[in-house]
Unconditional design. Structure first.
Length: 173
């Protein structure tokens, strides 16, 4: 790959990135095209939500009512700068609507301007009930990873975002 990923060695941003408007338009188009790909691959399952939401979010499990085809591992080490390329496709499949964007947003929480840009560019997804469900699933999965020592610096930011969405304190692990 001649264009490196936005970050190397970590999926998370630790500072804001300045990407042109055209990059954001390309990301929106790429995710829109991906959403149209038919597949039976299931990347996120309702039974995971049912088993883990109380433990990691402190709330009753939500029902995944709307799915789309997604990357399922959308973060900054899997995205290149211009030209945009989405890398690392082994997890792709059906995900809750908003899941990919919820992941990308969560991995951006330490970079507030970039996180705000994601929320602005993708409000049409994230600000819906289905998008909120997808974001909650992404946050719960990241909190599970944090409980295993992965992304520990992001853990309090992810927990705060989950609490903003649920009005419920996140159990500490």
């Amino acid at each position: 790959m001649s264009v490196p990923p936005v970050t190397r060695g970590t999926p998370a941003l630790d500072q804001d990135v300045d990407l042109p408007d055209s990059w954001w338009a390309e990301l929106k188009a790429a995710l829109g095209t991906l959403a149209t790909v038919p597949t039976d691959r299931e990347s996120v399952r309702q039974n995971w939500v049912d088993r883990n939401f109380r433990h990691f979010l402190g709330i009753d499990p939500v029902r995944i009512r709307e799915t789309t085809t997604g990357h399922a591992d959308l973060h900054w080490a899997n995205l290149t700068r211009a030209p945009l390329v989405l890398l690392d496709w082994e997890n792709w499949g059906r995900v809750p609507a908003g899941y990919d964007l919820g992941l990308l947003h969560a991995y951006s929480l330490a970079a507030p301007a970039t996180a705000a840009r994601i929320r602005s560019e993708f409000a049409h997804v994230l600000d819906t009930d289905a998008g909120r469900t997808g974001e909650l699933v992404a946050l719960a999965q990241l909190l599970q990873a944090c409980s295993r020592g992965v992304h520990s610096a992001l853990a309090p930011l992810i927990a705060r975002r989950a609490q903003e969405l649920t009005d419920t304190p996140v159990p500490m692990h």
